[in-house]
Write a protein that binds this ligand. Structure first.
Ligand code: UDX
Ligand code: ADP
Length: 469
């Protein structure tokens, strides 16, 4: 059975994954109509905003792709049913956060949004569809989606594919244009299953060499995504664990990283010690892996991966604790300025950002925190700290302030903490900043991005991760 080329795609979920991925598919396949739909009308309105600076997500290069495609073959709307009906291929790109209630609370992926999508598709589809899982999902979710779809008795046939997203935020457009690999999981064993896989392969072949498009069985594809993120996060936790040892011994974590990274078997990527990893994927995927292993009675495997999270929590706590102990064991009523709130540079995403945890810890010691981030909105910062549920919303507003100018944010501060590696931090006039701070002026560089010697020469007391400055 040969596949039929796809002419109409629907993507449910207009977030960090769905938005950029569909924009690039639309750009590379001008003959395919791509409808991106979402229940969040405000988000859709932002995607449709005339002013491309108001897109709901900040991602370098995204504006350009959107301006090339939007209104031509890329459309954003809330008309979910219509888009489902029209499409031959439906991508599910909704969020799958860690469950916050009931069975698997704090560990398992919450699949309620995915399930709602499957039910919506089952309700409205009148013709056969290829369903593509794009959201990060636990192994064997495809089975659950299939079972929902196959049991509605409308006679419509569904082929489920897993096509995990490997883009990293901040570099999403480049990652999509030049993917190392694309995984397409499906059912090789039936001609229809193979045809569905080929139809999706054909889309990616429009801009990627065929050898980078790997077809696997469904379970391998789903598990590969969790495993890739677990391995990457593990490297960060490994180097962060060594950073603590470096600080205690006088070794320099950057020298160690360079030394081990030049062993081609180890490689030099993801060895940057930091205040701790964040983002929507690493923690969630590892917790999910741990939960699946526990459910399958693989206790040792679960414990092994859980340690990656434990180390990451320790790193965030260690950073915050060092601020308190260095500031003479108390930050009560002291002004601490945060440079950066996003979980990494070049994104406005703050999910699981180390900054949230460090702020929460310092607020418990009654610090006054002044946050400056070049891209994150004020409402988002308050939402993040409120979601910690540590104190009342009013208390958060009484002691955490968002300032849109780094020089104002650091005036009269006792200390600056760098939480995100935004490039602009390197270009500031640090002499001006120093002059207007309280003395001794401390700087805690959670990303090792500043020139520590230059700042120490100005007079700053500098602390970096895994180094004794
Ligand atoms: C990750 C995966 O890289 C991507 O393939 C997957 O699709 C989604 O999850 P993302 O979370 O967007 O992408 O960003 P990533 O660049 O992986 O960084 C994750 C976190 O680790 C960030 O907080 C980053 O600052 C931190 N990190 C990364 C380090 O602290 N040190 C490093 O060396 C690398
Ligand atoms: P990701 O990083 O995985 O893309 P986001 O939270 O940025 O996650 O985006 C997921 C999007 O999916 C959100 O905009 C949310 O409104 C949308 N969404 C969630 N459930 C549904 C649903 N049942 N139908 C349509 N859109 C949904």
């Amino acid at each position: 059975m040969t596949f039929k080329p796809i002419k109409n795609i629907c993507c449910i979920g207009a977030g960090y994954v769905g938005g950029p991925t569909m924009a690039v598919i639309a750009q590379k396949c001008p003959d395919i109509k791509v409808n991106v739909v979402d229940v969040n009308a405000q988000r859709i309105a932002s995607w449709n905003d005339e002013n491309l600076d108001n897109l709901p997500i900040y991602e370098p290069g995204l504006k350009e792709v959107i301006s090339e495609t939007r209104g031509k073959n890329l459309f954003f709307s809330t008309e979910i049913e219509k888009a489902i009906e029209e499409a031959e291929m439906i991508f599910i790109s909704v969020n799958t956060p860690t469950k916050t209630y009931g069975k698997g609370k704090g560990m398992a992926a919450d699949l309620k949004y995915v399930e709602l999508c499957a039910r919506k598709i089952a309700e409205v589809a009148k013709s056969d569809k290829i369903i593509v899982e794009k959201s990060t999902l636990p192994v064997r979710t495809a089975q659950a989606i299939k079972s929902i779809l196959d049991n509605v008795g409308t006679g419509v046939k569904y082929h489920i594919l897993s096509n995990p997203e490997f883009l990293a935020e901040g570099t999403a457009i480049n990652d999509l244009h030049n993917s190392d690999r694309v995984l397409i999981g499906g059912d090789h064993t039936t001609p229809e299953g193979q045809a569905a896989m080929d139809a999706l392969t054909h889309i990616y072949e429009r801009w990627l060499p065929s050898e980078r498009i790997l077809q696997t069985n469904l379970w391998s594809s789903e598990l590969s995504k969790l495993t890739a993120n677990a391995f990457l996060a593990q490297r960060v936790s490994s180097i962060n664990s060594i950073s603590a040892l470096c600080e205690a011994t006088g070794a320099n974590v950057e020298e160690v990283a360079q030394a081990i990274g030049s062993d081609s078997r180890i490689g030099d990527k993801f060895l940057k010690a930091s205040v701790g990893f964040g983002g929507s994927c690493f923690q969630k995927d590892i917790l999910n892996l741990v939960y699946i292993c526990r459910s399958l009675n693989l206790k040792e495997v679960a414990d092994y991966w859980e340690q990656v999270i434990i180390m990451n929590d320790y790193q965030k706590y260690r950073f915050a604790d060092n601020i308190i102990s260095t500031l003479y064991n108390t930050v009560t009523d002291k002004k601490i300025t945060f440079f950066g709130w996003a979980f990494k540079k070049d994104t406005n995403d703050t999910r699981e950002s180390a900054a949230i945890y460090v702020a929460d810890y310092l607020l418990e010691d009654r610090a006054n925190i002044f946050v400056y981030d070049p891209k994150v909105k004020t409402e988002q910062i308050y939402m993040d700290i409120d979601n910690m549920n540590t104190r009342s919303e009013q208390e958060n507003r009484n002691s955490l302030f968002v300032i849109n100018d780094p020089y104002k944010a650091s005036k009269d501060a006792h200390a600056i903490a760098i939480l995100t590696e935004w490039d602009e931090f390197k270009t500031y006039d640090w002499q001006i900043i120093y002059d207007q701070m309280k003395k001794p002026a401390f700087i805690f560089d959670g990303r090792n991005i500043i020139d520590s010697k230059k700042l120490a020469d100005i007079g700053f007391k500098v602390y970096q991760i895994g180094k004794t400055v």
